[in-house]
Every structure is written in C-alpha cells, then in structure tokens.
Design a protein around this ligand. Structure first.
Ligand SMILES: [Zn+2]
Length: 257
C-alpha cells in the first residue's frame, strides 16, 4: 500500500493558526539571536513555516506536494531521511510534530539528516509523553486497528539526550493544553473488552478531526462514536490513575564544539 496517498489525503485544514498560535509564539521566542537560516523538516501545510519565513531565510521540507502548495517559503518535496540539500545548509534545523510519526528506521535516518543539515542548532517539538494508543480506531471495512493521528512513538526530554548525544540541550519545556495520559495496561483491557466505536469519546476529539483514511485499505470514513457504559468505566478509572500533562514538548539543542 502506498502510504503517501493516505498522507496526501490528510485533513490539512485541521492544522491551522488557531490551534498552533501558542506554540508559534514560543518557537519565535526561543530561536537564538544568531540564527538567520532555518530548514523546517516535515513542514506540512506551512502554518509555522510561513511565519518563520517573515523573519528568517527558511526552506520547508515535506514528503508530499499536496500540503507544500500552501507553503510560501523556499520548499522541497523530500523524505525526511533523504534531503537533497548540502551539509550545514542552515543555522538551525526545526521540526514540529514529525518524529512521533516515524518508525525506527525512519527516525534514525531523520535524526542523521538533522545533524548533517545544521551548522549549530536543532529545535524540535513533539507531543509530550503521550500514550498514542489512546486514539486508536478501527477501520469499519478491513477491521485494521490504527492510531488516528498516526503517532507511532512518544518522547520525553531524556530521549533527546540519547538521540542527540553530540548535542547539548540548551532549553526544554512542556507547554500547551493539558491532556490526560492513558494507562497502557488499562487501555489494552479497554480495547480488548469494548467495541471500537466507543474508544474515542466525543469530547476527546473534535468533529473536524474525526474524518480519517485507513492506512491499510485507504477507506475514507468519519470515525463514529457510540456510547458504551463499560468503555466509560475504563475512562473514569483512568482519570483516577493517570495525570494530565501539557501536550507539547519543546527541546532546543546546540552542537557540542
Ligand atoms: Zn481499512
């Protein structure tokens, strides 16, 4: 299955300035004073990229031409693990909500490209220590179970110390709306014992984000919700067991000299 097709069909309009303005102001505040050039890897529809472009010389990279149409800086369609730009192309490599979508091989390749392309800084934002399986849905056609926002992994600050051993973490913080973690063992039980239509309650996900494309069979559908008392009991139990955490993790790193 060509996953690019599914990616192209992503509901890009659901990523807009309103959802990201808190993040954007933090990003602008954190970019070091000596930065003039930025490569933005996984820039999507350019909501952040275009704003960075007002102040910096920016190149947006995304694997799909579809969202790139809305990017108004210099741009390139390329896979994050194979970017046709020379070594040390920019003062800072930026990436927002990309790494959580990558499998092990892509993550290793992308981290290597980030290190190759930057002269000095790497600035990353990812979801903060989430349990991605919380947003599991099941395709009504082929019954394939997948994570709605296609998050494959989750990060804590310590993960960046390991992935970027040759870098110093200058700054890191968590920010944004507080979202409740879901206990993994409890979530496994819920998924095993309750119908898939009850997994994501209405108040967890806005209507605009319920439209989805199955990565297995490419069936497009609106993820339904049907109330189930048993599923709700798991959610109530989880409220007691799991804390709420700010949804974003920001990490700014500098290459060790
Ligand atoms: Zn399917």
């Amino acid at each position: 299955m060509d996953s690019t097709t599914v990616y192209d069909k992503y509901n890009w309009d659901s990523i807009d300035y309103e959802h990201l303005k808190g993040k954007i102001s933090k990003v602008l505040e954190w970019i070091p004073k000596d930065v003039k050039t930025i490569v933005d890897i996984g820039c999507g529809n350019g909501v952040i990229t275009n704003i960075l472009g007002d102040k910096y010389e920016v190149t947006g990279i995304d694997r799909s031409e579809v969202p790139l149409q809305s990017v108004n800086t210099r741009k390139l369609a390329a896979s994050a693990d194979d970017i046709p730009l020379p070594d040390k192309s920019s003062d800072l490599v930026f990436s927002s909500e990309l790494l959580e979508h990558l499998d092990d091989r892509m993550l290793a390749g992308t981290v290597a490209e980030m290190k190759r392309l930057t002269k000095k800084y790497i600035f990353i934002t990812v979801p903060n220590d989430e349990n991605p399986d919380k947003l599991s849905i099941q395709c009504p056609d082929c019954k394939y179970i997948y994570n709605s926002p296609n998050h494959l992994r989750s990060f804590k600050k310590e993960d960046f110390a390991n992935l970027f051993k040759d870098y110093t973490i200058l700054k890191s913080s968590v920010d944004g709306k507080k979202v409740r973690y879901y206990n993994p063992a409890l979530l496994n039980l819920k998924k095993r014992l309750t119908p898939a239509s009850s997994w994501i309650p209405e108040y967890w996900m806005e209507k605009s984000k319920r439209k989805t494309v199955c990565p297995h069979c490419e069936h497009e559908f609106v993820n339904p919700f049907r109330f189930n008392l048993f599923a709700m009991s798991f959610d109530v139990l989880n409220v007691i067991m799991s804390p709420k955490k700010p949804c974003w993790l920001f990490v700014l790193m500098e290459k060790k000299s």
